[in-house]
Design a protein around this ligand. Structure first.
Ligand code: 5AD
Ligand code: SF4
Length: 430
């Protein structure tokens, strides 16, 4: 979502003729889009702002804006910690960045814009702003109505607001018209898409409609919440129903312990989670499931953590995003004084054990893919090997392959897997 918000903020400036430069010292405007999900992300933002002090001294005309979740959460504090910042604009203001830059240039005054009722003006962005000409994100909703006790998102992004279905379809049509063939629909809690819309619409309705846009070859959606999954959504994955809906499901469990899930206020048990995973796999056996897991949440015992290891062994994620718990101000956990009582080194040790298990699951599960044939959307030259190309399978797995041909980016090619690791498939072009 932050990557998309960055595109939208940049797009407002591009309308006035601005273009990207390679380093902050060459820029007339620097926008720092921030994340608050874990302490580490905020540290990175503040330390980057520290490096901007000198740039601002050398070029007093430079306009420095801080936007996103940390801006929303810290507000004034950012001006106190970095007095040379010109604009602090919260999570509803990224499409107003050009106005704010113009105001700063005209009047030299700082701007603090945190009102969450501000509306996103337009999600349409110029193609040159999009980092990828073939794949694009489309936000279908912003905010979250859940109250997971560890999570700062409901506080920074506010309650759920869904965009009207027709507006989303129109945006997808524009993107496809510009050459995009893969769309990922985004929502913090995408299964409750449409909740407050009239006429009401569901995520399944939206997927059906978007999938019909002519020229759209790949459709994905993230992120799903186990407490909100509806049977109609699972049915969308059945073979033949929606041919361009990709077999990929981002489905965070967060923990395998019912006690921890309760303290996290996730609203489901481990058994319920397994039931959904089984139903999804029954509907679509080749689906790639990705998860998010937090280790070391308040009160997590060794036994709780072992339940999480069991969950990873049972679900066998194709990919897992794993984190140590980071206590955040203003979250329910902080307000309820749930103690962040798992020592730092225990969190780290558990994370390492979980990572080792997950790595071995991926390594083992990739081996039987040797010999299988996949359609790959080529994303570009491999980052690790300039003689190889990289693409994504329908399951969103990375596939590397060699070819003497150039200009393959954006093409759909057929590749047979010849070798695998825990992280990627390697194949030959057919
Ligand atoms: N500490 C650690 N990880 C967190 N996440 C959300 N909040 C926290 C936190 N306070 C993780 C969850 C979520 C992902 C986006 O970030 O796993 O799914
Ligand atoms: Fe945060 Fe929970 Fe909402 Fe996800 S569902 S954004 S973890 S509150």
């Amino acid at each position: 979502m932050n990557e998309l918000d960055t595109e939208l903020a940049l797009s407002t400036l591009a309308g006035g003729g601005a273009r990207n430069v390679d380093s902050p010292t060459e820029a007339g405007v620097v926008i720092v889009n921030t994340c608050s999900i874990r302490d580490h992300a905020e540290h990175k933002a503040y330390s980057f702002l520290g490096t901007m002090k000198q740039a601002k001294r050398e070029n007093p005309d430079l306009v420095l804006a801080v936007i996103g979740c940390m801006a929303q959460k810290d507000g004034e504090l950012i001006f106190r910690r970095a007095p040379y910042v010109d604009i602090v604009a919260g999570t509803a203001h990224f499409t107003r960045i050009k106005d704010y830059v113009d105001e700063v240039r005209a009047g030299g005054k700082r701007i603090l814009a945190l009102d969450r009722d501000e509306k996103v003006r337009s999600e349409i962005r110029a193609p040159q702003i999009r980092p990828d000409q073939h794949s694009a994100y489309v936000a279908v909703m912003r905010g979250c109505d859940h109250h997971c006790t560890y999570c700062v998102v409901p506080n920074t992004r506010g309650i759920e607001a869904s965009r009207p279905l027709d507006e989303i379809v129109k945006e997808v049509e524009i993107l496809v018209g510009d050459g995009v063939s893969e769309i990922t629909l985004l929502g913090q809690n995408i299964d409750s898409y449409g909740k407050r819309l009239t006429p009401r619409a569901t995520l399944a309705d939206l997927i059906h409609r978007v999938a019909e846009v002519a020229g759209l070859r790949r459709l994905r959606f993230i992120t799903s919440h186990p407490a909100d999954i509806k049977p109609e959504l699972i049915d969308c994955f059945r073979p033949g129903r929606i041919p361009n809906l990709m077999p990929y499901f981002h489905f965070p469990a967060q923990s395998g312990s019912d006690e921890v899930l309760k303290r996290m206020r996730r609203g489901y048990t481990r058994e319920k989670y397994y039931e959904i995973v089984d139903a999804v796999r029954e509907a679509r056996p080749d689906i790639g499931i990705a998860g998010d897991t937090i280790v070391g949440f308040c009160g997590e015992t060794e036994e709780d953590f072992e339940r999480t290891l069991e969950l990873h062994s049972r679900v066998r994620y194709q990919q897992a995003y794993t984190f140590t718990y980071s206590e955040r101000a203003h979250t329910p956990a902080a307000k309820m004084a749930l103690a962040d009582d798992v020592p730092h080194d225990v969190k780290q040790e558990r994370l390492q054990r979980l990572l080792a298990l997950q790595r071995s699951i991926q390594e083992v599960d990739n081996v039987p893919r040797i010999g299988s044939v996949h359609e790959v959307l080529v994303t570009g030259i491999s980052k690790v090997n300039p003689n190889a190309w990289t693409g994504r399978t329908p399951q969103n797995q990375l596939m590397h392959f060699r070819s003497e041909r150039n200009d393959l980016t954006g093409r759909y090619l057929t590749v047979r897997v010849t070798r695998t690791t825990d992280l990627a498939l390697y194949g030959e072009l057919l």
